[in-house]
Ligand binder design. Sequence first.
Ligand code: PRP
Length: 221
Amino acid sequence: MEPITIAMPKGRILEDAIALLNRANIPCPDLVESSRKLIFETDDHTLRFILAKPTDVPTYVEYGVADLGIAGKDVLLEEQRDVYELLDLNISPCRMSVAGRIDQSTAFSPRIATKYPRIASTYFRQQGEQVEIIPLNGSIELAPIIGLADRIVDIVSTGTTLKENGLVEKATIASITSRLIANPTSYRLKKRQVVKLFEQLKSVIGGQGIWNGDPVKTSTF
Ligand code: PRP
């Protein structure tokens, strides 16, 4: 039987994801980030894990090179890939927020720096506010401090990065947790294996599943 391939996000979610797999008794080879190895297989060859950049996990799953993946809701909302969202894993909680300087005055068509241009545009369109989106790849909190942007849209977890840079949250756009996602074809063709993993995970996360026989595709927040 072909192994089920699971795309795992490198970085901050990985530790929580591995702990969850362990709790669910899903055999998980030692996915150590410091070794540069990117593919791991269980001894019985039933499961294969690939380590991907978090924003790329839905891409691997959409193209079917991974049957399943673990991805943050932030990435799912931003990437809008053609994948099924099976289960809220309830790990790595944080929020997508608008933040800025306390003393920030309101500008016409303010500039918004973000790693999430799609989420930011959708949010401000829904708010009826005209903004200019400035896409950045990291250290977003720098933008309002040095005058590149009026506000930012970014993930807030502990709030430390905002605090240490003298910024405050102005609004919350969405609550974010990590999700189990599936390739739609794998979901049909490998349903028995997929359901088994789903049930194992669901049994340890307290039934926050959104699976009701008809998996949903990620759309809006
Ligand atoms: C993320 C996010 C914030 C920070 C929030 O950045 O973009 O900057 O974490 O976490 P906190 O509320 O616990 O301080 P990340 O560490 O992924 O690095 P980046 O700035 O390079 O995107």
